[in-house]
Design a protein around this ligand. Structure first.
Ligand SMILES: C[S@@+](CC[C@H](N)C(=O)[O-])C[C@H]1O[C@@H](n2cnc3c(N)ncnc32)[C@H](O)[C@@H]1O
Length: 240
């Protein structure tokens, strides 16, 4: 509780700066942030080179306008879990935004991996599709536009990996939906971003940590491109 309050106090200058930057963008008519990020990538990265696309997005998110990507600190910490998922991993992502994590995880999974990304915002879907295509990964990534709650029941088969990174209050609801639609198999790994104190993650953390069919670990790091504490919860499904 005290730690959570302290982290929120530490985040105040960043939140105020971010709010002011958004206001300034509106007043000056700056290009929409996701579109601006795509233009920046096309100008600074190499087509067909996913690492260069990620580097350009990190540069944009850190030095120009904030982007809510998993980012270059938390992202690499997850590589070992992606590699543990076998030789033909299948991954489900909730919340695709501009395509950063889809590109990162597809690159980590290698050419035999497949990623399904569900994203609500049509503008973000459009940008993510172009981003993934520019990175040369269209064959590995399937981006579905819509609400996770409506699209999850339409999926079939099992996922080795699930990345929860949409709105934080939806994690528990949608993980339960994934379970009840039998999209998990023994050993499936659930990776949940933004489980640090800033995001008030108690409902989700209590669920995975107290559920007899999950084993769960917290990886401590920082909010993307910031010094504010954040972390990722990695949980393994032991059910059938
Ligand atoms: C933190 S961003 C995702 C960042 C991305 N995973 C990455 O690391 O590059 C959250 C995204 O979730 C999307 N979102 C929020 N609620 C959703 C829902 N119910 N279904 C699908 N997408 C949703 C938002 O539109 C937003 O683009």
């Amino acid at each position: 509780m005290a730690n959570s309050l302290l982290v929120r106090l530490q985040a105040l200058p960043w939140a105020a700066k971010e709010g002011f930057a958004m206001l300034l963008d509106t007043v000056t008519g700056a290009p929409e942030r996701k579109q601006a990020a795509l233009a920046y990538v096309k100008a600074h990265a190499t087509a067909g080179n996913p690492a260069s696309v990620l580097a350009a997005l990190d540069d944009f998110g850190r030095n120009r306008r904030f982007l809510m990507n998993i980012g270059d600190e938390k992202g690499p910490l997850l590589e070992k879990y992606i590699h543990q998922a076998g030789t033909h991993p299948r991954m489900l992502e909730l919340g695709g935004y501009v395509g950063y994590s889809a590109i990162l995880f597809s690159q980590m999974m290698g050419r035999s991996g497949q990623l399904v990304s569900i994203e609500l915002n049509p503008q973000a879907v459009n940008v993510a599709q172009q981003m993934v295509e520019f990175a040369g990964l269209s064959g590995q990534v399937d981006i579905l536009q819509g609400d996770s709650h409506e699209l999850i029941p339409q999926l079939s088969g099992h996922f080795d990996l699930v990345f929860l990174d949409h709105w934080k209050n939806l994690y528990t609801r949608d993980l339960q939906l994934i379970e009840s639609n039998q999209l998990l198999k023994p050993g499936s790994t659930i990776i949940a971003d933004n489980c640090g104190p800033l995001f008030n993650p108690d409902v989700y953390l209590n669920y995975v940590r107290n559920h007899s069919l999950y084993t769960s670990t917290y990886i401590s790091a920082h909010l993307e491109y910031q010094t504010i504490e954040d972390g990722v919860e990695v949980s393994t499904w032991q059910g059938s």
